[in-house]
Ligand binder design. Sequence first.
Ligand SMILES: C[S@@+](CC[C@H](N)C(=O)[O-])C[C@H]1O[C@@H](n2cnc3c(N)ncnc32)[C@H](O)[C@@H]1O
Length: 273
Amino acid sequence: MGKRKSRRLALTARTADKYDLYQRAVQSPVEDIRFLARVYKTTRGRPAFHFREDFCGAGLLTATWIKRGPQYTAEGFDIDAKPLAWGRRHNFAPLGSAAARAVMHQRDVREPSDRRPDVRCAQNFSYCVFKTRGELMEYLGAVHRDLARDGVFVLDLYGGTESMEEVEESTRIEGGFTYIWDQHEYWPVTAETKCYIHFRFRDGSEMRRAFTYDWRLWTLAELKDALYDAGFPQVECYGEGTGSDGKSGNGVFRKTRRGENCDSFIAYLVGLK
Ligand SMILES: C[S@@+](CC[C@H](N)C(=O)[O-])C[C@H]1O[C@@H](n2cnc3c(N)ncnc32)[C@H](O)[C@@H]1O
């Protein structure tokens, strides 16, 4: 008998599923949920139970939150039916009856929750679809009004001079594909940016522009001011520590008052109601 061949088909642009690739390349749900739960617990001295994920797409964070246990409930909001349907099949159906603890809404993020969340988040810079300060304030005001007493709102942000450059960054992902983050356009007067995600496979095929982002790149200080103006009496920033290579992030986020001047960084802003 010859050597057994792997029955797993190699990924190609034709066989791959873009939502699956996105989750594997971009998201770290366990680490993200651990961080969100920690922020609430350390600031409020008790655990958070009801969670809301804005711009949830396929709802991977929502699914990860409810897996914490029977007391944990969640809501996800996204306007696009497609990722919501994909998430129902791939992220929630495998959870069986526990999936009923999550309610996924096909609605605008400015709409209120069914139940006021203890923790609410906007991840992967998705609020950058709001390009004017008026739209951003409408969203943040709705977030503030909707939170439970003692609720916290967490958004992530992308900063540093490199965030304003027209560059591409390729990352090899385990499982046989490459993730390409393409900062295609940046306009300094409006801070508008057009970014794409492409995927490349071992057979040379590519899935070009699998995802497109038409954003305004808000800066950390602008977002901090906007959170105060939306009614949050306290706003805290969490910055990432440096890895052993002295350059890249180490995935550990700690509170910082002034930050660190890096070419490119991810940070969290936390608004405490
Ligand atoms: C970058 S994806 C985020 C996916 C996932 N939350 C993550 O962290 O990776 C942005 C999502 O925001 C949704 N979206 C854009 N504008 C929205 C709005 N006004 N209300 C609700 N969802 C919106 C899009 O449909 C899309 O699924």
